[in-house]
Every structure is written in structure tokens, then in C-alpha cells.
Design a protein around this ligand. Structure first.
Ligand code: IMP
Ligand code: MG
Length: 189
């Protein structure tokens, strides 16, 4: 008797997901510098608080704040509407435990992407309800064609087509956030 597998019992190797870069690291760097300049001009002399939306905004907000040459505070909150390997939004879960006092502050919410817009619309209302002086939003990416609510980003880096993207903080099943560029995941397991 040999130890050969029975014919037909081993699965053929499956190709892994492939990534197609649509926004390079250099292009992101340029866009973040532009946004930083505009935000610095717009908020000069104002009590600015950046509020990063965890988890997807961490890389964008860290880079953006270093391009804002004004004193400002940083707060964080958590929002998630994706479950595991799903790429369509599920119910929105918010965690505001880390939120600083925003009363009297000019708040700029910072997220990775504006997709349907539901997350940002809800967050902006929560922050207004907590007494902020003004509330605006900045996103790196805007999937304009997917909007289901009447909300345009006050600041955005790139408008992108309706494709599922990863990198620079954006994930698929909590992976790929570390990529320094934005890529489309061509085939997923
Ligand atoms: P919205 O409420 O539909 O605007 O969803 C916004 C959130 O969905 C973002 O903060 C992202 O975390 C996630 N999201 C939307 N589109 C993508 C994508 O293409 N790749 C990864 N995450 C996405
Ligand atoms: Mg997110």
C-alpha cells in the first residue's frame, strides 16, 4: 500500500487575491499635503478638533494632522458597519467611549472613505448633538456614485469608482490596512 491520495480527493490550488493599484503612495502623499494646507487656511484661529473614525482612518488622520500647521486636538471614535468578510454594509455600530468633550469646538471628522454616506451622516449628527460649534468632514476617498444620503464631503482626496478598495487603512476582513497605496481587490476567497 502506498500513501498516495485517492484520485479526485485533493483540491487544486486556488489562486490568491490579486491587487490592482489605483492610487499610488506618491499621489496620496500629494493629496494629503493639499488637504492639510486647505484645512490650515480654513481653521486658522479656531478651536479645531480632528476626530478620527476607527479603524480605517488611522493612517490618514496620522498623516493629515502632520500637514496641518495649526494647534489642534485629536480625538477618536469607533464606527463599523462591515462584518468579517462581508463587503456590503451591515447595521452601524458606534462606540463613543473615547470621544473627548466637543462643546464649543470646531470639529472635523476624518474617515477613510465616504461610501453610502450613512456612517458620516450619523456621526456628524452625534457630534452636533454634543454641542460642537461646527462639524465638517474630511475623507481620503469618495465613492460619489454610491451615495444614499444627501451629504458631500467638505474635504476629500480622490473620487473613486464603485469598486471595493483596500490599503492605507482600508481593510478587507481586517487585512490589507498596511498597504501604502490604494488597490482594488480583484479576486477574493
Ligand atoms: P458608509 O456608511 O457606507 O459611507 O460606509 C463607510 C465605511 O464603510 C467606511 O468607513 C469604511 O470602513 C467602509 N467601506 C466602504 N467602502 C469600502 C471599501 O471599498 N473598502 C473598505 N472599506 C469600505
Ligand atoms: Mg471605516
Amino acid at each position: 500500500m502506498t500513501n498516495q491520495p485517492m484520485p479526485g480527493t485533493t483540491a487544486p490550488p486556488r489562486p490568491g487575491p490579486t491587487l490592482r493599484c489605483i492610487i499610488s503612495e506618491a499621489a496620496i502623499e500629494g493629496a494629503v499635503a493639499d488637504l492639510g494646507r486647505r484645512i490650515s487656511d480654513d481653521y486658522r484661529g479656531k478651536p479645531l478638533t480632528l476626530l478620527g473614525v476607527l479603524t480605517g482612518s488611522i493612517i490618514f488622520v496620522a498623516d493629515l494632522m502632520r500637514q496641518i500647521n495649526l494647534p489642534h486636538k485629536l480625538g477618536l471614535l469607533q464606527a463599523s458597519s462591515y462584518r468579517g468578510s462581508e463587503t456590503t454594509p451591515g447595521p452601524l455600530t458606534l462606540n463613543l467611549d473615547l470621544l473627548p468633550d466637543v462643546r464649543g469646538r470646531d470639529v472635523l471628522l476624518v474617515d477613510d472613505i465616504l461610501d453610502t454616506g450613512r456612517t458620516m451622516q450619523r456621526l456628524m449628527q452625534e457630534i452636533r448633538d454634543r454641542g460642537a460649534m461646527s462639524v465638517r468632514c474630511a475623507v481620503l476617498l469618495w465613492k460619489k456614485s454610491r451615495a444614499v444620503v444627501d451629504l458631500q464631503p467638505d474635504y476629500f482626496g480622490f473620487e473613486i469608482p464603485d469598486e471595493f478598495v483596500v490599503g492605507f487603512g482600508l481593510d478587507y476582513n481586517d487585512d490589507y490596512r498596511h498597504l501604502p497605496y490604494i488597490g482594488v481587490l480583484e479576486s477574493r476567497e
